[in-house]
Design a protein around this ligand. Structure first.
Ligand code: MG
Length: 255
C-alpha cells in the first residue's frame, strides 16, 4: 500500500512539475546592470537564469536586413524605409550595437536550453511584413533552429504566413480579438493575449484547453497578477519583465 501511495506521489509531482507555467523573459532579461531590452546580453542572461524562453522583436530594413528592435523607428529613423547602413551604428543602452537577427540567432544557437520567442513586428506596408516573414523563416531554417523558435505576432497576416511556410511551427497570435477555436481553425497553435483580455474572457481559457490551444499571457509584472496567473492551471506561459520574481513565486508555490 505504501508503495502504491509513493508511486502516486511521484507521478503526481511529475504531473505538477510538467504543468508548471513556463517563464518567458519579455525582450530578454534586461532589467539588470549591463543589459538592455532586445540586446544579445539580455538573451544570454535569460538563459543564465533558466527561463523557458526569451522574447524579442524583429523588423526588416528596406534592403532586407533583419534587425532586433522593439519600435519601428530607432533614433527617429524608420527601419522599414531605410537601408541597414542608416541604423547599423546605433547603440543600445548597454553599449551593444543594434543586433541583427543573424547575430542574435547565432548567440541563441549556442544556448540550447532556451526557446527563442520570435515576434515578427507589424510593418506599415503588408509587403514589408511578407518580406520580413520570408527572410526570417529562411534564416531560421538555414541555421537549423526550427525547433527552437516559437513565433508570435499582432498581425494575423504574419501568423498565417509563418504557418504556411512552417506548418509544424508553434505560432501564437497576440492581438486578443480571436477566440481559441478560431485560432485553431486557422491552423495556429496558441493565443498570447494581454492579461486584461483573459480577465474579460475567462471562458477562453477553458476553450483553449479543450481545443489544445496553448495559452500565453503578456506582460505580467505585478506580484499580485503574477501570483494569480502562476496559480491558474489553464495558463501555459507567462511573459514578464520580472522573470526572477516569477521564478521566486513558482518555487514558493512548489514548496
Ligand atoms: Mg514583443
Amino acid at each position: 500500500m505504501k508503495r502504491v501511495f509513493f508511486t502516486f506521489i511521484v507521478l503526481f509531482s511529475a504531473l505538477v512539475a510538467f504543468a508548471q507555467v513556463k517563464v518567458v523573459a519579455h525582450r530578454g532579461y534586461w532589467d539588470v546592470e549591463g543589459s538592455a531590452q532586445n540586446s544579445i546580453r539580455a538573451l544570454e542572461l535569460a538563459a543564465e537564469i533558466g527561463c523557458y524562453g526569451s522574447e524579442f522583436d524583429v523588423h526588416i530594413t528596406s534592403d532586407g536586413v533583419l534587425v532586433v528592435n522593439h519600435d519601428g523607428t530607432i533614433n527617429g529613423i524608420e527601419i522599414e524605409d531605410n537601408p541597414y547602413s542608416a541604423i547599423k551604428d546605433v547603440k543600445l543602452k548597454n553599449g551593444e550595437f543594434l543586433p541583427t537577427l543573424e547575430q542574435y540567432l547565432e548567440c541563441g544557437s549556442k544556448l540550447p536550453n532556451i526557446q527563442l520567442i520570435f515576434e515578427v513586428k507589424g510593418h506599415k506596408l503588408p509587403e514589408n511584413e511578407d518580406r520580413c516573414v520570408d527572410a526570417s523563416v529562411e534564416m531560421v531554417k538555414s541555421m537549423g533552429l526550427e525547433q527552437r523558435v516559437e513565433w508570435i505576432s499582432f498581425s494575423m497576416r504574419v501568423c498565417e504566413r509563418v504557418h504556411q511556410l512552417l506548418p509544424e511551427a508553434k505560432v501564437a497570435y497576440l492581438s486578443g480579438n480571436e477566440s481559441p477555436l478560431s485560432i485553431k481553425e486557422r491552423g495556429l497553435t496558441g493565443i498570447d493575449y494581454h492579461l486584461d483580455v483573459y480577465k474579460n474572457h475567462d471562458e477562453w481559457l477553458d476553450e483553449a484547453h479543450q481545443n489544445e490551444v496553448e495559452v500565453d499571457v503578456w506582460t505580467v509584472d505585478g506580484e499580485e497578477d503574477l501570483t494569480r496567473f502562476a496559480n491558474d492551471a489553464r495558463i501555459d506561459l507567462i511573459t514578464t519583465n520580472k522573470p526572477v520574481l516569477l521564478q521566486k513565486i513558482l518555487s514558493e508555490k512548489n514548496q
